[in-house]
Design a protein around this ligand. Structure first.
Ligand SMILES: NC(=O)c1ccc[n+]([C@@H]2O[C@H](COP(=O)([O-])OP(=O)(O)OC[C@H]3O[C@@H](n4cnc5c(N)ncnc54)[C@H](O)[C@@H]3O)[C@@H](O)[C@H]2O)c1
Length: 283
C-alpha cells in the first residue's frame, strides 16, 4: 500500500502524540495547526517524550533525531499536497471539523485517505462532507497516544474495504492493535466504559458504599488499574456528562441517562482533578 506521507491536523493533546508515533514509525509527517504557538508546544512535547524513550533505551539517540527530522510543522493547508493519509485531530466541534475537512479535501488527491480522531461525532456525517466519502474513516487513538496500545477503527456507512485495510495496516505499522467498530455514539470502548462509570456514580448516590470502597472494589475485584470514580475525576465530570448526554440523545434510550449526582457535581463546579475536587479531593 502506498503509505509514506501523513498529515496530522491539530497539534493539541492528541495531534502531537499521533505525529510522534507516526514519525517514530518512519512516516514523513506534516503537523498542521492554525496556531503557531500550538505547533511549537507540540514539538517541545514530542522532543521531551522521545528523550524519555531514549533514556528508557526504547529508542537510540539517532532514531530520536531521525524521527524529529521527519516532522514538518505548518500553518498552511497547501502543505498537505502529496499526502497519502491525513488524520484530523482538531478541536471537537462539528462545524469546525466540517469546514476543515473540506479544506483538506481541496488540497489532497482523490487517492488520499482522510481520517478523523473524533471521540463523539458521526463518521458517516463527517464522510459526507469530503469529495470521496469511500476514502474516509475514523481512527480513534487513545490518550496518551505513545503509551496506549489501541486504535479503534470506525467504518462510516460509505467507507470502502480498501480504506479499512489501509487503516489496519497503519495501526500495525504504528505498533498498535486495531479493533474495528461501526459508527454509533461511543464506538466500542467508551460505549462500555462510560455507562459503567455512570453506574458507579448511581451506586454512590444510593449510599450503597463510599467512593473509596467503590473504587477499591473495582480495582481489587475486577483488576481495573484505576477505580471508576477516580477515572471520572481524571476524564473531567463535565466531559463525562457531555458524553452521556450524547449517548442519551444518540440512542434515544433511557439507560444512558446521566446520574443526577453527576449533574449536580458539574453544576457545583466539582469537575474532578482539573478543579481540585470531584468524587475524590486533590491537593
Ligand atoms: N483528549 C483526549 O483524551 C482525546 C482522546 C481521543 C480522541 N480525542 C479527539 O481528538 C481530537 C482533538 O482533541 P485534543 O484533546 O487533542 O484537543 P486539543 O484542544 O488539545 O487540540 C486541538 C488543536 O486543534 C487546533 N485547531 C483548531 N482549529 C483548527 C483548524 N481549523 N485547523 C488546524 N488546527 C486547528 C487547535 O489550535 C488545537 O491545537 C478531538 O476530536 C477529540 O474528540 C481526544
Amino acid at each position: 500500500m502506498n503509505l509514506h506521507r501523513i498529515g496530522v491536523i491539530g497539534a493539541g493533546t492528541m495531534g502531537n502524540g499521533i505525529a510522534q508515533v507516526c514519525a517514530a514509525a518512519g512516516f514523513d509527517v506534516t503537523l498542521l495547526d492554525i496556531a503557531e504557538p500550538a505547533l511549537q508546544r507540540a514539538l517541545a512535547t514530542i522532543d521531551k517524550n522521545l528523550d524519555r524513550q531514549v533514556a528508557k533505551q526504547v529508542l537510540s539517540a539517532e532514531q530520536k533525531d531521525a524521527a524529529l527530522a521527519r516532522i514538518r510543522l505548518s500553518t498552511d493547508y497547501t502543505s498537505l499536497e502529496g499526502a497519502d493519509l491525513v488524520i484530523e485531530a482538531a478541536t471537537e466541534n462539528l462545524d469546525l471539523k466540517l469546514r476543515l475537512l473540506q479544506q483538506i479535501a481541496a488540497q489532497v488527491s482523490t487517492e488520499c485517505v482522510i481520517a478523523s480522531n473524533t471521540s463523539s461525532l458521526s463518521i458517516t456525517q463527517l464522510a459526507a462532507s469530503v469529495s470521496v466519502p469511500e476514502r474516509f474513516i475514523g481512527l480513534h487513538f487513545f490518550n496518551p497516544v505513545p503509551m496506549m496500545g489501541l486504535i479503534e477503527v470506525i467504518r462510516g456507512l460509505q467507507t470502502s474495504d480498501a480504506t479499512h485495510a489501509l487503516a489496519l495496516e497503519l495501526s500495525t505499522r504504528l505498533g498498535k492493535t486495531a479493533i474495528t467498530a461501526g459508527n454509533r455514539p461511543g464506538f466500542v470502548v467508551n460505549r462500555i466504559l462510560v455507562p459503567m462509570i455512570n453506574e458507579a456514580i448511581l451506586v454512590l448516590q444510593e449510599g450503597l458504599a463510599s467512593a473509596e470502597d467503590i473504587d477499591a472494589g473495582m480495582r481489587l475485584g475486577c483488576n481495573q488499574p484505576i477505580g471508576p470514580l477516580a477515572l471520572a475525576d481524571l476524564i473531567g465530570l463535565d466531559t463525562l456528562l457531555a458524553i452521556l448526554a450524547a449517548f442519551y440523545e444518540g440512542f434515544n434510550d433511557s439507560k444512558y441517562r446521566p446520574a443526577p449526582l453527576l449533574k449536580e457535581m458539574v453544576a457545583a463546579g466539582y469537575l474532578g482533578r482539573k478543579s481540585g475536587r470531584g468524587f475524590h479531593a486533590y491537593g
